[in-house]
Design a protein around this ligand. Structure first.
Ligand code: IPE
Ligand code: IPE
Ligand code: MG
Length: 254
C-alpha cells in the first residue's frame, strides 16, 4: 500500500532530510565523487515534487554543512557550481508549482553571484502558498543556536531585555526557520547513524529514520517507506501512552 492511501493525520507536516551517500554511490560505479553529487540533484527534484504532491508543508534538505568546507577544494567548487545551476534551472519550476524556497545557513561565505542567485530565487517564490522548501547550505546546528544567542545578547546589551527574560520561545524565535513547524520526521540516507551538526535544537522531538539507501537512489518508494514507518510511531512528548489514548478518545467523542 502506498502512503498516499493512508489517513492524512499521520502525514508529517515537516520532513527534514540529510541527503548522504553521493560519494559512495559514485565510488561503487567507479565514477568521480562529483558524479554522485550530480546524480543527487535528480533525487532532490523527485523528492521535492513528491513531497509537494503529498501535501507536506515544509521540506528541509541538508545540501552543504558548515563542516563540508573541509573537503578538497575541487569538490567544494563542484558543489557550489551545482547549487548555483540547480537554483538557476529550478527556481521557475518551483515557482510554477507554488513552492516557496528559502535558504538557511550562513550565506555570507558564498560568492556574491551565488548570494544573488539565492536572493533572486527567494524573491521570486516568496509569496507562494504551497510547500516551503528550506535548503540548508553552509548550515550548522551549532551555528544556528549561536547566532540566535548573539541576537538575544545584543538585546540584553541594549537594555531591551534582561537575561532573566530569556526563554526557550525567545531563543527559538531567532533560529533559522522560526515560525514554521518543527520537523516531525528526520530522514538520513547513506547508512550513517548521526546528526552531523544538522538541526540540533529543532530535532528535540522529531522521529528519526535512517536508511542504508544512498541519496541518488532515494525515490518515491523509499519516501513512502519512511512515511509509513513514521505513521506507525507513537509520539508521546513526555506523556504516557495511556494519556494519549484517553486524549484521542476524548477528541473523537467531543
Ligand atoms: C552527501 O554525500 C552530499 C554532501 C555532503 C554535500 P557525501 O558526499 O557525503 O557522500 P558520502 O557520504 O561520501 O558517500
Ligand atoms: C552531512 O553529511 C552533510 C550533508 C549531507 C550536506 P556528511 O557526509 O558531511 O556527514 P559526515 O561527515 O559523514 O558526518
Ligand atoms: Mg557523507
Amino acid at each position: 500500500m502506498s502512503f498516499s492511501d493512508k489517513s492524512i493525520s499521520s502525514l508529517p507536516r515537516h520532513v527534514a532530510i540529510i541527503m548522504d551517500g553521493n560519494g559512495r554511490w559514485a565510488k561503487r560505479r567507479l565514477l568521480p565523487r562529483t558524479a554522485g553529487h550530480q546524480a543527487g540533484v535528480s533525487a532532490v527534484r523527485k523528492t521535492v515534487e513528491q513531497c509537494a504532491k503529498l501535501g507536506i508543508e515544509v521540506l528541509t534538505l541538508f545540501a552543504f554543512s558548515s563542516e563540508n568546507w573541509r573537503r578538497p577544494e575541487e569538490e567544494v567548487n563542484v558543489l557550489m557550481r551545482l547549487f548555483d545551476r540547480a537554483l538557476a534551472q529550478e527556481a521557475q519550476r518551483l515557482h510554477n508549482n507554488g513552492i516557496r524556497l528559502q535558504v538557511i545557513g550562513d550565506r555570507s561565505a558564498f560568492s556574491s553571484n551565488l548570494q544573488h542567485r539565492i536572493a533572486d530565487a527567494e524573491k521570486l517564490t516568496k509569496d507562494n502558498k504551497g510547500m516551503t522548501l528550506l535548503i540548508a547550505a553552509n548550515y550548522g546546528g551549532r551555528w544556528d543556536i549561536t547566532q540566535a544567542a548573539r541576537h538575544l545578547a545584543a538585546q540584553v546589551e541594549q537594555g531591551r531585555m534582561s537575561a532573566a527574560e530569556i526563554t526557550e520561545e525567545k531563543l527559538a524565535s531567532h533560529l533559522s526557520f522560526a515560525g514554521l513547524p518543527e520537523p516531525d520526521l528526520f530522514i538520513r540516507t547513506g547508512g550513517e547513524l548521526r546528526i552531523s551538526n544538522f538541526l540540533l535544537w529543532q530535532l528535540a522531538y522529531t522521529e528519526l529514520y535512517f536508511t542504508e539507501v544512498l541519496w541518488p537512489d532515494f525515490d518515491g518508494q523509499e519516501l513512502d517507506r519512511a512515511l509509513a514507518e513514521y505513521a506507525r510511531r507513537e509520539r508521546r512528548f513526555g506523556h504516557t501512552s495511556e494519556q494519549l489514548i484517553r486524549q484521542s478518545h476524548a477528541a473523537t467523542s467531543a
